[in-house]
Design a protein around this ligand. Sequence first.
Ligand code: G4P
Length: 198
Amino acid sequence: MEKLKKAILQKGKVVSKDVLKVDSFLNHTIDPLLMKQIGEEFYFRFKGEHVTKIITIESSGIAPAVMTGLFLNAPVVFARKKKSLTMTDDVYKETVFSYTKQEYTDITISKKQISEGDRVLIIDDFLANGEAALALAKLMKQSNATVIGIGIVIEKSFQPGRNKLIDKGYRVDSLARIASMEDGKVTFVEEKAEIHPK
Ligand code: G4P
């Protein structure tokens, strides 16, 4: 997605050879117009899949997920990392290990929010080691919903996440695929023509 790649090149900061800071449009300040375009791009990629629910994880997955839900006309459910005061229902729970933070986090979704027949699109802001996306997919397995695909805003293709998810049989669609961030410079994976007609 060219507009996203342009934002990464113009506003992203390479913090180290494997960490990209995108606080000015995705992770802290959120650019609503760019999020809308991201939602539209996911719509074009997944519109034939009869998606009934979008699943993401708090916090930075929520903005792109909501915009995708708007275009696909599907509700958005986010997995919580902390127990909510009002969440007294039974929950599905998985543990995510973050390589970046070297810590385990329990994530939960109320059983009431997912139904057995749901066709789920998982959306997240970053794909690095794939642990968050895999945990979301496992939550969906617990609920007997079907994961039709995983949509990622920024994929760091030099990290193992993509292959882990593909090896498990999931379709992974990433809007920007970063091949490397050596010497402070972002290089994207060469890709064929864009799917989006615009
Ligand atoms: P994984 O989910 O793919 O296994 O990745 P990992 O454990 O390494 O990532 C942990 C957190 O760091 C996630 O956010 C993930 O989105 C984020 N992250 C990973 N690589 C980068 C990067 O290069 N740049 C930025 N900006 N973030 C990265 P989180 O802790 O869940 O945070 P948030 O969603 O609450 O913002």
